[in-house]
Design a protein. Structure first.
Length: 317
């Protein structure tokens, strides 16, 4: 058997490793706050702050709250009075959370009903950094309109695009709930550089559905997100609310999975819970080397993805 030996030059020996491997932390401790919500927004905020303190005491560095954590999930009906729950971002809630983020030196992801101006409201996720400032925000792009999920009445579709946010603890991508079902959203967020994709969520079972239907829905929800983690080689976390509200029973079961799709931790389906999970970011490089999906993408062949449907009206062949 023949072996080839290459003698490295001094320049090769001293060559620096890739910048993204040097500047990025090797691990990050991720905290997920799964809780139920009462009618009083300030009480919900204070309870969230208490849970944030608990998560930070357990070592969490990035802490994500569930979707629209300040209130019950009001989108079960179309009622203009709920617009009174909206606020600017930055605004009062991000200011409160900013003080806690700075005190504890954590990054907080907070889903807030954003009032942009009269008549324009968004389902917004704010990324609050360790200085206590809003370092970025994402406005939910995909807006559902289903029984008990009448979000189109309240939310204008997002216009900030898919992003990755640099923090001391890693590159964070944030999407919101219904975005979970769209592989394009996770792919573009990962292509922006996200190492962790976080999904503040509010999803549950409708009253009257069978156990079989309920379990099928839950299984699909977790499966599609684990698929995003695998196909993009990233860590992924979904943070759901829990408990009965109106005609919905929110199924909790917030979880974190690694770039191989393995679930590292999963919360209860019935109880409030705080998950704190350590994510080894070096797994991203290892996974992508062995499963080089990005290398093998045929980007020159995907032109049809910007069309609603590939039919004669779209000009497709």
């Amino acid at each position: 058997m023949l072996y080839s030996c290459h003698r490295m030059t001094p320049q090769e020996v001293q060559k620096d490793p890739p910048k993204d491997l040097v500047s990025s932390p090797r691990t990050v401790s991720l905290g997920l706050i799964q809780m139920g919500c009462g009618e009083n927004p300030q009480e919900n905020v204070q309870r969230s702050i208490d849970h944030i303190r608990t998560a930070a005491a357990r070592g969490a560095q990035v802490i994500c709250l569930q979707e629209l954590f300040r209130s019950p999930y009001f989108c079960q009906e179309e009622n203009a009075r709920f617009f009174d729950l909206a606020e600017p971002v930055p605004g009062p809630t991000t200011e409160q959370l900013g003080k806690i983020a700075q005190e504890l030196q954590v990054v907080i992801v907070a889903s807030i009903f954003e009032r942009r101006t009269s008549g324009i409201y968004h389902n917004c996720a704010a990324i609050i950094d360790i200085q206590g400032e809003v370092a970025g925000k994402y406005r939910k792009m995909h807006i559902p309109d289903d029984p008990c999920y009448y979000e189109k009445f309240y939310f204008t579709p997002g216009d900030l695009g898919f992003q990755s946010h640099s923090t001391p603890y890693g590159e964070l991508g944030v999407l919101v709930c219904w975005d979970q079902w769209f592989p394009e959203a996770a792919r573009l967020t990962a292509l922006k550089g996200a190492q962790l994709i976080l999904f503040p969520t509010a999803i549950g079972w409708l009253e009257g559905a069978s156990d079989r239907e309920n379990q099928a829905q839950y299984s699909a929800w977790e499966t599609v997100q684990r698929g995003h983690a695998i196909s993009n080689g990233v860590f992924l976390a979904a943070v759901n609310r829990v408990g009965r509200e109106g005609n919905l029973t929110f199924w909790g079961q917030s979880f974190v999975c690694d770039p191989f799709g393995h679930v590292l931790a999963r919360a209860s389906g019935e109880q409030e819970e705080i998950l704190v999970v350590e994510c080894d970011l070096t797994q991203i490089e290892k996974t992508r080397r062995n499963w080089p999906f990005w290398r093998d993408r045929r980007i020159e062949a995907y032109q049809g993805l910007d069309l609603r449907f590939l039919d004669e009206d779209s000009g497709s062949e």
